[in-house]
Structures are given as C-alpha cells and as structure tokens.
Ligand binder design. Structure first.
Ligand SMILES: Nc1ncnc2c1ncn2[C@@H]1O[C@H](COP(=O)(O)OP(=O)(O)OP(=O)(O)O)[C@@H](O)[C@H]1O
Length: 233
C-alpha cells in the first residue's frame, strides 16, 4: 500500500534521508529501529509531507503523493501521530477531536462518536483541556485524534515515550484492535518489547537509509539485539 523509493530529504543544507526505500503492505505493521539521529522522525515527516522530498518517490495506494501537501496526504488516507503528541493543550479533549475532523473538511458529530467508541476512557475527559491530561492520556488522545481522519495507514512516532508501562500495554491492545479492522501501521519506536509485540517486519535505519530487515523474533535474543541495535535494553 505504501512504497517508498530513494527518498532524499533534510533541513536546509543538512541532508538526513539519503535514499531511503521501504514498503508497507496492506494491513501490516512495519517497525523502524535505529539509533538517535538516524532519520526516523525525518522519514515520517517526509512521508506526511511536512518536509519536502528532494528526490525519490512515494506511492500510496497506487498514486504518487510525494508532491502533495500534508492535508491532501491526510485526505488520501495517511494518519500521523508525531513524537511528543502535539495535541492542543488549551483546547478541550472534545475540541481536539472535533478540530481533527474539521481539518479534514468533514462534520465532527458522528466521526467523533465512532472514535470515542474505540477510546471509551476519553469520554470522562471530554471537557478537560488537553494540557491537563497525563502523558498516557495525551497519547491516547493523539491516537484518537489521528483516527478522526479515518486513515488507512498510521504513522506512529515513538508512542511509548514517557508513558507508564500499564498504558503501554493498553496501547498495544488498542493498536492490535485497529489492525484487526484493516489499518496498516508504520511504527518508529525505541521500546523493543512494544515493537516486537506489534510489528510483522522490522527495518533498520542507518544514516538516512534502510539498511536491513530483521525478523521480530530476533528482538528476543540479547546478542542479536546488541548486533542490530547496539543496545540490549
Ligand atoms: N528542524 C531541524 N533542523 C535541522 N536539523 C534537524 C532538524 N530536525 C532534526 N534534525 C537533524 O536531523 C537528524 C535526524 O533527526 P531525526 O529526528 O530524524 O532522527 P531520529 O532518528 O528520529 O532520532 P531520535 O530517535 O533522537 O528522535 C539529526 O541529526 C537531527 O539533529
């Protein structure tokens, strides 16, 4: 459903992606692992159109999207949950969700209600400002907000960062449930247990290129983890 070939992107004169190529199949979950600064966040931002592709091709559901602005990529079915979540802290939870639907040019009522059925724990928080939620609650809100755009492929940037283990488990369950409904996921994550619990395939990124694929089972072997990731954490 997503095919990326030779993607080159960066910031000003700094090159970060140097020809990244990868694919995500219909309904699958692909994890991206790599050291800090190797270009994981930049890859997701370039896929979403928040950073221009200087070279390369991004095909999504059969169409080339590398020249489309972010809102049209969202409309074509890409959803993005950025690192640090970036919810609107001064808006209520309900308005964070409504805003996401309006941004897609649709009317919020039914879509927000459907998303709340998948995220019942947000119901009691609807009037609370986004900034007054815990880290885990904010992550659930960020995920729910992305789903308000009804994506077919969700780009997730370090969803477990700064959240407590019980919420991490809840996130795994939630993402499994979404996948059962056919949603594909491209997941950047440092939490190896999380990535292993979710990913069908794991790709390594090194200096702006996808350098190899490792089987998810390799993450259970500390020696292999040391070789591939440079950490056994
Ligand atoms: N806005 C920016 N302007 C200039 N350079 C940037 C910018 N954002 C990131 N970089 C640089 O681009 C490189 C890749 O950053 P990126 O955030 O994609 O890495 P990452 O693999 O996601 O790392 P991390 O795991 O630390 O989030 C880094 O060297 C970083 O310093």
């Amino acid at each position: 459903m997503l095919e990326v070939e030779g993607l080159v992107a960066g910031y000003g004169r700094i090159g970060v992606l140097h020809g990244a190529s990868l694919g995500v199949g219909q309904g699958s979950c692909v994890g991206i692992l790599g050291h800090n600064g190797m270009g994981k966040t930049t890859l997701l931002r370039a896929l979403m159109g928040l950073l221009p592709a200087r070279q390369g091709r991004i095909r999504f559901q059969g169409a080339e999207i590398q020249r489309l602005p972010p809102h049209l990529r969202a409309r074509s079915g890409l959803g993005y949950v950025p690192q640090g979540r970036l919810i609107f802290p001064g808006l209520s939870v309900a308005d964070n969700l409504r805003f996401a639907v309006l941004a897609k040019g649709e009317t919020p009522g039914r879509v927000v209600e459907e998303v709340l059925e998948e995220f019942p724990e947000l119901r009691r928080l609807l009037e609370r400002p986004g900034g007054a939620l815990s880290g885990g609650e904010q992550q659930l809100l960020a995920l729910a907000r992305a789903l308000c755009g009804r994506p077919r492929l969700l780009l997730l940037d370090e969803p477990t960062e700064g959240i407590q283990p019980s919420i991490v488990e809840a996130m795994v369950e939630r993402i499994h449930a979404l996948r059962r409904r056919g949603l594909a996921v491209l997941l950047v994550e440092q939490n190896l247990d999380f990535i292993q619990a979710l990913a069908d395939r794991i790709l390594m990124i090194h200096r702006g290129r996808i350098t190899r694929e490792i089987p998810p089972t390799a993450l259970g072997d500390p020696a292999l983890v040391q070789e591939f990731v440079g950490t056994s954490a």
